[in-house]
Design a binder for this molecule. Structure first.
Ligand code: HDE
Length: 695
């Protein structure tokens, strides 16, 4: 909360002058920094171009103007083809358990050491200027600056992907992106082309059901899991290989938005997730994850009831437990969005010795794509020299020249082998990256899909059946919402024909919501198995009860009781929660005459921004606020979004009494501060059947 207002004049150490428009502007004094051109020439006037006469024309000679405009004209670079919208933070990784038995990679064997990293979270389909809260997969990309070279762990917040082979990726993305003739919808999968493509590609069924689940609506970047999806390898001193898949487990637990909240947040604050991360880190509430690995041998993999090289399959944690080996902490915001978040270039092919790839055909395609795409995005193979991309360990090679080359090699010798300059770098069989010496079957060359990749329904079935009833209902209504936006009847029918194979109850719910008959089931390419359900696939039921990372909105108005406000604020902060003060006006005088600045005006801060709300207002103000629809929505939404509410007498008398808000055990008077704090620690799903149709 911003308390008393400071009206200090920021211009007091500057020479201020009045411009022609009457505005005040500041000029450098003796000991302040001087504005210069790119060439370092001091600029005397940054407000007026060089003209022939007071009323123009402007002279071509004006190099200050030309340089400034020229640079401005070229400020934009192409956005990422996918994952364009993202935000990032710096932090570190610390290994807690050595994997020495399995790998030589120092990052996975040297415990206790902190390795710097940079992590970028993203949506997939939307453009750079879209919103943070669409229904979408989230990217989860970590660049670890290890002492043996950069390791980019380029993953998602879901453990599986839509397709099995990289050759289908451009089609998948073309189908989900805005339709090419009309240029919409933006950042949305709810349209005909997406559902047409996926319903013709049954391998997408598993990722689709995750996309329809609450996982696609993370409450915070700190509240989502991260997964590498593909199987990778670890290689030890003897060259022995062990397969692994990695998981980032959020310390705050997995928490999601409700769809109605996500929709409202999109309008009220398209920057919702990035603002949350920025503010939390600025307030010292760092984001934390544990790194876990599922380790398994080739022999064990051969016994799995699915193919571990198939990126549409997850490995249930009950089958191969996740071994926690370290933690990641994000504790510093970038200094500059463009220089760091925009220019960071992740490539799954950036990998240190001791780690290696598997033959997953999706991964194999990615190894080409990421390096390739940086050329059109960043413009030169020298993108690795941009500070955010450069390794922090020594690096040296004979690659030379190219656009924007920043290095000045002082040698005649930029080739290898060579005998003219003994200081130049040479290959090292001992320290260098070695690929696993894999014995390959004498297969037949061809455009083949392995038969072991044919089962597309067993795992989506396992996922659906592992969910709590509330989550199953959310999934069914997400399918109904999305298909409700699909105008082509045969596409909707085809989707239903797949859902029957996943779960008949699900198919029926969706068909009912759409008013459609169930069609014949699609013909499965492999028998559908009833796999055991898996608790880690749930979110509700696994969320820890905690205020950490959660935000409480306190509504105040003229004359509100300052002491009461403080009491709530202190109680919430004491348990790691954050508070924002919301008021009808930006500045407000409380009962003890303190004038405070509200963080938000109520009209600009709907209760979807908060995890719980408190209202401390006087009767005259409550009467006024009861006439304002944004205040009424504030309480109604908090209620229907299953949040804790603490109210004062005036709020009860003049506002709540007008609303369909039942005073259940989670809607409490201010006197029950402790109960409110407990209730604010999680979403109150118990209320959901009363406020939403979960049929
Ligand atoms: Fe990506 N993906 N991807 N992807 N991906 C990109 O690379 C691609 C896939 C992921 O914050 C692009 O630098 C292909 C799976 C993340 O900068 C591009 C295929 C997973 C990010 C690209 C996949 C991901 C990207 C666009 C199928 C999870 C954002 C810009 C073979 C394991 C990284 C860029 C960041 C970005 C290609 C599938 C994760 C075009 C061809 C599976 C987190 O190279």
């Amino acid at each position: 909360m911003n308390n008393n207002i400071d009206h200090t004049d920021p211009a007091k150490d500057m020479n201020t002058e009045r411009g022609n428009g009457g505005e005040t502007h500041q000029r450098a004094g003796d000991d302040t920094k001087v504005l210069t051109t790119q060439q370092g020439v001091a600029i005397s006037d940054n407000q007026n171009s060089l003209k022939a006469g007071a009323r123009g024309p402007t002279l071509l000679e004006d190099f200050v103007l030309r340089e400034k405009i020229n640079h401005f004209d070229h400020e934009r670079i192409p956005e990422r083809i996918v994952h364009a919208r993202g935000s990032a933070a710096h932090g570190y990784f610390e290994l807690t358990e050595s994997l020495e038995e399995y790998t030589t990679a120092k990052i996975l064997t040297e415990t206790g050491k902190q390795t710097p990293l940079f992590t970028r979270f993203s949506t997939v389909a939307g453009n750079k200027g879209s919103k943070d809260t669409p229904r979408d997969v989230r990217g989860f990309a970590v660049k670890m600056y290890t002492e043996e070279g950069n390791w980019d762990l380029v993953g998602n917040n879901m453990p599986i992907f839509f397709i099995q082979d990289a050759i289908k990726f451009p089609d998948l993305i073309h189908a989900v992106k805005p339709e090419p003739d009309r240029g919409f919808p933006q950042a949305a999968s709810a349209h005909d082309t997406f559902w047409d493509f996926v319903s013709l590609s049954p391998e997408t069924m598993h990722n689709l059901i995750w996309l329809m689940s609450d996982r696609a609506l993370p409450r915070s970047f700190s509240m989502m899991e991260g997964f590498g999806i593909h199987t990778y390898r670890l290689l030890n001193k003897e060259g022995k290989s062990t397969f692994f898949r990695y998981h980032w487990k959020p310390v705050a637990g997995v928490q999601s938005l409700i769809w109605d909240e996500a929709v409202k947040i999109s309008g009220a604050d398209p920057d919702y997730n990035r603002r949350d991360m920025y503010e939390a880190i600025e307030n010292g509430m760092y984001f934390e994850w544990e790194l876990g690995v599922q380790l398994f041998t080739e022999e064990e993999a051969n016994e799995f009831p699915f193919d571990h090289l198939d990126a549409t399959k997850l490995i249930p944690e009950e089958l191969v437990p996740v071994k926690i080996i370290g933690k990641m902490v994000l504790n510093r915001n970038p200094d500059n969005f463009f220089a760091e978040t925009e220019q960071v270039a992740f490539c799954p092919s950036h990998i240190p010795p001791g780690i290696d790839f598997s033959n997953d055909p999706l991964l194999q395609g990615r190894l080409f794509s990421y390096l390739d795409t940086q050329l059109s995005r960043l413009g030169s193979p020298n993108f690795v020299q941009i500070p955010i991309n450069a390794p922090k360990c020594p690096f040296a090679n004979n690659q030379q020249d190219g656009h924007m080359q920043m290095q000045v090699p002082k040698t005649r010798v930029l080739y290898e082998p060579q005998s003219l300059d003994l200081d130049r770098p040479r290959e090292s069989p001992q320290k260098g990256f070695n690929s696993f010496h894999e014995k390959l079957d004498d297969g037949v060359k061809g455009r083949i899909r392995a038969e072991s990749f044919a089962d597309h329904y067993s795992q989506p079935r396992m996922f659906y059946r592992s969910q709590t009833p509330a989550e199953q209902a959310h999934i069914a209504s997400a399918y109904a919402f999305e298909l409700g936006k699909v105008d082509t009847a045969h596409v909707r029918t085809r989707v239903l024909s797949h859902l029957i194979n996943i779960d008949e109850d699900l198919a029926n719910r969706v068909a009912n919501a759409l008013g459609m008959e169930l069609p014949e089931a699609a013909e499965p390419a492999a028998p559908v198995q009833d796999m055991d359900t898996s608790k880690p696939l749930q979110t509700i039921g696994r969320t820890p009860k905690s205020l950490k990372g959660r935000l409480v909105g306190i509504l105040v108005a003229e004359g509100s009781n300052h002491e009461q406000v403080k009491k709530f604020e202190d109680a919430i902060n004491a348990q790691g929660g954050m508070v924002k003060i919301v008021a009808p006006s930006k500045e407000v005088k409380l009962d003890d005459n303190t004038r405070i600045q509200a963080d938000e005006r109520v009209a600009g801060a709907p209760s979807v921004f908060f995890d719980a709300v408190v209202s401390i207002i006087m009767p005259d103000q409550a009467k006024k606020l009861a006439e304002d629809s944004s205040t009424l929505d504030w309480f109604t939404d908090a209620y229907v979004h299953c949040k804790a509410i603490a109210y004062c007498g005036a709020t009860d008398e003049f506002i709540l009494s007008k609303l369909p808000v039942e005073k259940d055990e989670f809607v409490t008077p201010l006197a029950k501060l402790d109960s409110f704090v407990e209730n604010a620690k999680s979403r109150l799903w118990e209320r959901e059947p009363k406020v939403r149709d979960l049929a």
